[in-house]
Design a protein around this ligand. Structure first.
Ligand SMILES: Cc1cc2nc3c(=O)[nH]c(=O)nc-3n(C[C@H](O)[C@H](O)[C@H](O)COP(=O)(O)O)c2cc1C
Length: 372
């Protein structure tokens, strides 16, 4: 694969010619320094969960349907009432200016153009205002609950004042995952990487030496968080609450008791606990317990339109996509992000047509061959 596209360069025409997400990843590899590539691509431990997130999709086979007049199709749907052109959300990811100088702003432009929902990380290298003013696409803010609750509260307030319309609470990171690639080849952050939202929330990052910044940020995570903290966040914000990083059906039942607005079934892209089940297999178990009570979003391992189809068929309202967006960003800025989104959308459209589905509502378990 590497050999066949070794002549790829970054000009915009080439970006538009990328055939699939694999080609975009290979191109990104040529654009990124090794520390950044390792930070983006790596996972916890032996990276088995990272690997399983992807290969578990291959194990789920489809039973295509025929003779169902699929001439006219719509991929449009909603997530918590937000209208999107197809069931894809952009996952929150830290330090996007490491991929491209336009960072989160380029991702926001891609989301706006494709009319999908974007999520901005706590560790965004662009400010709330810069990202929000890109367009009218729906946008959520991802929050890590820090030990310092005042900073946590300030972040929520900034997002709310800026017109963000959902709070994604990442709950699978009481501690920062142990990622070998990051330990062997640590990120070399530069002064260009500014975390304005955190600074404005009261964190004095100028006092921290650059090589210490990433470990310092990890040390802010609060391992003592519980469901009570979710109640606290509800008491200070009127935004819908979406929990990111739920994997266990028992936690889904508790989330029902707390009236959580939506759940993101995710193992953090295999970056936290290497032994966690793949995200799509967790969805299979969780859909049953959830019984349609809460909107579910599948996050982890989406690399093809057929992966999106399978997640929807297993009960997800939409999927979240992480690394492919960073690869697109690295390969070609906004153009690269747009290309990733258009590849996934057209592949989903094709997969739906071949399964006899004219709309997202028609996609269900009947198109899957699920072994008992
Ligand atoms: C480089 C990188 C940075 C990330 N930063 C965050 C973050 O700041 N907050 C968060 O909740 N998840 C973060 N994630 C996890 C993603 O939101 C998402 O769960 C994961 O990438 C999904 O898997 P995928 O990359 O296979 O699509 C990050 C992932 C990557 C690859």
């Amino acid at each position: 694969m590497k050999h066949s596209i070794s002549t790829i360069n970054s000009n915009q025409t080439t970006v538009r010619k990328f055939f699939d997400i694999k080609e975009i990843e290979v191109s990104a590899l040529h654009h990124l320094s090794s520390d950044v590539y390792d930070f983006f691509s790596g996972g916890a431990g032996d990276e088995d969960t990272l690997h399983q997130n992807i290969v578990s999709f291959d194990k789920i086979k489809v039973l295509p349907r025929v003779l169902r007049n699929v001439e006219s199709r719509s991929l449009a749907t909603t997530v918590l009432g937000n209208e999107i052109a197809f069931p894809l959300l952009i996952a929150p990811m830290a330090f996007q200016k490491l991929a491209h100088p336009d960072g989160e702003i380029a991702v926001a432009k891609g989301a706006h153009e494709a009319n999908v929902l974007m999520t901005l990380s706590t560790l965004s290298t662009s400010s709330f205002e810069q990202v929000k003013c890109v367009g009218q696409m729906p946008i959520w803010f991802q929050l890590y609950i820090y030990k310092d609750r005042e900073i946590t509260k300030n972040l929520i307030q900034q997002a709310e004042q800026c017109g963000f319309n959902g709070l994604v609470l990442t709950v699978d990171a009481p501690l920062y995952g142990k990622r070998k690639r990051e330990i062997v080849n640590p990120l070399r952050l530069t002064k260009q990487i500014q975390l304005d939202n955190l600074q404005k929330a009261g964190l004095d990052l100028n006092a921290i030496d650059l090589p210490q910044l990433a470990p310092y940020l990890a040390s802010l995570l609060d391992p003592s968080i519980t469901w009570k903290d979710i109640e606290w966040i509800r008491s200070i914000s009127s935004l819908p609450i979406i929990l990111k990083g739920v994997m266990n059906p028992r936690d889904v039942e508790i989330a029902h008791e707390y009236n959580i607005d939506a759940l993101i079934i995710s193992n953090h892209g295999g970056r936290q606990f290497d032994s966690a089940l793949s995200a799509i297999e967790a969805l299979l178990a969780i859909s049953e317990v959830n019984a349609g009570k809460t909107e579910l979003i599948l996050d982890g391992g989406i690399r093809r339109g057929s992966d999106i189809l399978k997640a929807i068929a297993l009960g997800a309202k939409a999927v979240m996509v992480g690394r492919p967006i960073l690869w697109g960003l690295a390969a070609g800025g906004v153009e690269g992000v747009t290309r990733v989104l258009s590849i996934l959308k057209s592949e989903l459209d094709m997969a739906m047509a071949l399964c006899g589905c004219k709309s997202i509502e028609e996609v269900n378990k009947d198109i899957l061959f699920l072994k008992k």
